[in-house]
Structure formats: C-alpha cells, structure tokens
Design a protein around this ligand. Sequence first.
Ligand code: HEC
Length: 152
Amino acid sequence: MNILKTVAVFILISVTPQTIAHDQGDTIEQAISYRQSAFRMIAWHFKPMGGMVKGKVDWNLAHFQGHANAVAALARLPINGFIPDSDFGDTHAKSIIWEEADDFAEKMQAFVDQASNLQEIAQNGDRDQISDQFIQTARTCKSCHKKYREKN
Ligand code: HEC
C-alpha cells in the first residue's frame, strides 16, 4: 500500500505540471484557431459583397442582405479568441494587441458597429447607400490589420 501510495504521489507530482502546461498550450492553439476561423467566415461573406459593390458580380440585393446579416452576427466573435498570451504560435496577430488592448477593442467595436449599420442599411435597398456603408465597414478591417496584423 505504502509503495503504491508513494508511486501515486510521485506520478501526480511529476505529471501534473506538464499536463497543465499542455492544456494551456492547447487552449492557446484553440483560441488562435477560433479567431482565424471567425475571420475566415467573415471574409467568406464579406468578399461577395465587395464583388457586388465593385461591379465584378451582378448586383443581387437578397444575396447582399444575407451576407450583411451574416457579417453583422459574426463580427462579435473574433474578440473572444484574443486571450492573454496567445501572441505566440501559428498566428499573424502582433504582440502590441495585448499592449494596446483598449485601442484594439475599440477598433473591433468600430467594426461591429459598422457591420451592424451595413445590415440595417442593406434593408432599405438603396444601392448607393449600401455601397457607401460597405466601404465604411471595409475601412474598419483595414485600419485594424494595418496596425495589428502581420503581413503574410
Ligand atoms: C480589430 C481588429 C480587426 C478587425 C476589425 C478585422 N480584423 Fe481581420 N484579423 C485581425 C488580426 C489580428 C488577424 C490575425 C489573426 C491571427 O492570425 O491570429 C486577422 C486575420 C484575418 C484573416 C486571416 C484569417 C486566417 O486565415 O488566418 C482574414 C481573412 C481577415 N482577418 C479578414 C477580415 C475582414 C474581412 C475584416 C472586416 C470585415 C476584418 N478581418 C476585421 C484583426 C482584425
């Protein structure tokens, strides 16, 4: 019994720290994968709207509205994946995100707000207004990427 107990305690002591470190690593990888997936879903819906605004794809209001609804909903997700210490690994997120967390959060909120304006304006069907609002929204992507995303 005593030997078994000793062995069990030894296993606990020797295994636990590694297990914790491993779990943290997993969580960070999952957070990175979460935010990248969210951005990919956003881009999936954002690009076709850009195509319509630029006249590369035929204008289709119903399609545009569907994409605008999706982006407005998805815009709230990526921030959840920017957890502390997730600036290392397979990521293009720059470390200054965590140094300037308030500014980063503001830029994310600006995107959420513009995406929700786009969803609303898409309902009125006015192509010029929708196109203007699409450009406003696209600016919020660019202004954040410029400061906080590494180039590939
Ligand atoms: C507040 C900042 C911010 C905003 C707003 C933002 N992004 Fe990003 N985006 C990032 C960061 C940071 C990354 C890098 C994430 C990583 O690699 O961990 C990224 C990554 C991406 C990626 C690459 C995902 C991958 O495959 O790894 C795409 C695509 C993307 N963003 C599209 C967009 C689009 C489209 C918009 C606007 C409609 C947008 N983003 C708005 C910060 C932002």
